[in-house]
Design a protein around this ligand. Structure first.
Ligand code: NAD
Length: 499
């Protein structure tokens, strides 16, 4: 069986810890590879290689670093199909969705070509007599990223691109569930001209993560994954004196106003709720129709659309809507939560529990589920299910719908469907959620804006990609300089206004 190791100092190296995890083929239910789980000593070796390579890379002019990004964009486009195929096979998403995963990462690398513009700093001429003042954005040194299984190309690229173009060396610890694409990305960066040692990929689990969090040679950690782990990493990383940003789980509400175009809303809900089998942090998992008439009309439109969904393997072609979930544990957890919804009194109006696909009976496919009459106290409402399960919570007014989104502990994304500009504007202004869609179900900001949730969906001050990424991966140094050096002022004992 194939074993997957690490990428250290510009080459693939096998794991030495003797510990491995299974990598599944979610379509067949078979183990297709074993991934090495790094020990603290292997993390140490990665940090040593990164620390040795960083000074030269950090001193490379930013435009040259930008050219590496430009070449990386070309290589990602060249290898798009190859990467998408591997990604689908390990993750389970359809080929068009795998291409989208790569594309949305590639767009951040495109944005990074312009890093020199973001790194220019600030300058004040003649801030005082013969005094100029300027700020520089300098790399942090060695930064690390810990990423989830659900976007194995996009999220690693969101981290690698900005960290590297700011002049840092970078260590990626990708998800152990789909580790192949991140290693391929490292190889492509090398081909694009990135010097050896500047980027490492260390596979692993908690042991590797803890070694990263405690390592004195790592200055910053960026994490994306579930909220309990985000909170853990934020606390432990900050306690170790690092700069840390962590993006966590979600429960994204879509509010459907009585004046909305209900066919448009139903189409949007089906794509946003069931695309990628619901394994997206920006998936819509709660529909909130306002008023029972809206709710009845919406459910009536949703049922036939959901019953028509084609669930299948990525190899079955373009008309497959979504594939299997990632592991047997993920499937079992989704089905457990469906049972809990039934037990707590929600009405299961589309039941996917008995779904089975001929020829793929052992795969981790989950049929689509739709719940109506879900109450905020139920586990299926409070918990992130991360599967093809949409919950409908009926609200009697706009204020009640808004309060639902506001009161939920997660605040990643949300959307409102309405034809009324006043309501849409009010919603965008008041809702305490980081990313808001107006008649757009999955409002993922593009590369030149920033991405990040509020409340328990995000820990730390700065968002991912866009201008915030360049702030996160650099630190500011401000210089006050007097020239000519001969100006004499005598000893100054008091602070005073600048002349
Ligand atoms: P996860 O939290 O299980 O794993 C994420 C990373 O943390 C992986 O690299 C994993 O190896 C590591 N990890 C897992 N357990 C750990 C532990 N006990 N100690 C230290 N490290 C540990 O998340 P996942 O299942 O891979 O991804 C799905 C989750 O990610 C969902 O909650 C989803 O909402 C979230 N997500 C959030 C965003 C966002 O931007 N907010 C984006 C994508 C996914």
């Amino acid at each position: 069986m194939e074993t997957i190791g690490h990428w250290i100092n510009g080459r693939r190296v096998p794991g030495t810890s003797g510990r491995f995890a299974d990598v599944w083929n979610p379509h067949t239910g078979e183990v297709q590879a074993q991934v090495a789980l790094a020990s603290a000593a292997e993390v140490d070796a990665a940090v040593a290689a990164a620390a040795a390579a960083q000074p030269k890379w950090g001193a490379t002019n930013p435009q040259k670093r930008g050219r590496v990004m430009m070449e990386m964009v070309r290589l990602l486009n060249r290898d798009m199909e190859k990467l998408a195929e591997v990604l689908s096979r390990e993750h389970g998403k359809t080929l068009p969705d795998a291409r989208g995963d790569i594309q949305r990462g590639l767009e951040v690398i495109e944005f990074c070509i312009g890093a020199p513009q973001m790194l220019k700093g600030e300058f004040t001429d003649s801030a005082g007599p013969g005094i100029d003042m300027y700020s520089m954005r300098q790399p942090l040194g060695v930064a690390a990223g810990i990423t989830p299984f659900n976007f194995p190309a996009m999220i690693p690229l969101w981290k690698m691109g900005p960290a590297l173009s700011c002049g840092n060396a970078f260590i990626l610890k990708p998800s152990e569930r789909d580790p192949t694409v991140p290693l391929m990305l490292a190889e492509l960066f090398q081909e694009a001209g990135l010097p050896d040692g500047v980027l490492q990929v260390v596979n692993g689990d908690k042991e590797a993560v803890d070694a990263i969090l405690d390592h004195p040679g790592i200055a910053a950690v960026g994490f994306v994954g579930s909220t309990p782990i985000a909170h853990y990493i934020y606390s432990r990383g900050c306690a170790a004196g690092k700069r840390v940003q962590c993006f966590g789980g979600a429960k994204n509400h879509m509010i459907i106003m009585p004046d909305a175009d209900l066919d448009q809303a139903a189409d949007a809900l089906v794509g946003a709720g069931y695309g990628a089998a619901g394994e997206r942090c920006m998936a819509i998992s709660v529909a909130v129709p306002v008023g029972d008439r809206t709710a009845d009309a919406l459910i009536e439109r949703l049922i036939p659309r959901i019953e028509k969904l084609k669930v299948g393997p990525y190899t079955a072609g373009a008309d497959v809507d979504y594939g299997p979930v990632v592991t047997p544990a993920a499937k079992a957890n989704i089905l457990r939560l469906v049972e809990s919804g039934i037990r707590e009194g929600a009405k299961l109006v589309v039941d996917g529990r008995n779904f089975s696909l001929q020829g793929y009976e052992k795969g981790f496919f989950v049929g689509p589920h739709l719940f109506d009459h879900v109450k905020p106290t139920m586990e299926i409402y409070r918990t992130e299910i991360f599967g093809p399960v949409l919950s409908t919570v009926r609200a009697q007014s706009y204020e009640e719908a808004l309060a639902l989104a506001m009161d939920h502990e997660y605040g990643n994304g949300t959307a409102i469907f309405t034809r009324d500009g006043d309501t849409a504007r009010d919603f965008a202004n008041r809702v305490n959620v980081g990313m808001v869609g107006i008649n757009v179900p999955i409002p993922v900001p593009l590369a030149y804006h920033t991405f990040g949730g509020w409340k328990k969906s995000g820990f730390g001050d700065l968002n991912q990609h866009g201008p915030d990424a360049f702030r996160f991966y650099t630190r500011t140094k401000t210089v006050t300089a007097r020239w000519p050096s001969g100006i004499k002022e005598g000893a100054a004992f008091n602070f005073k206004a600048m002349d």
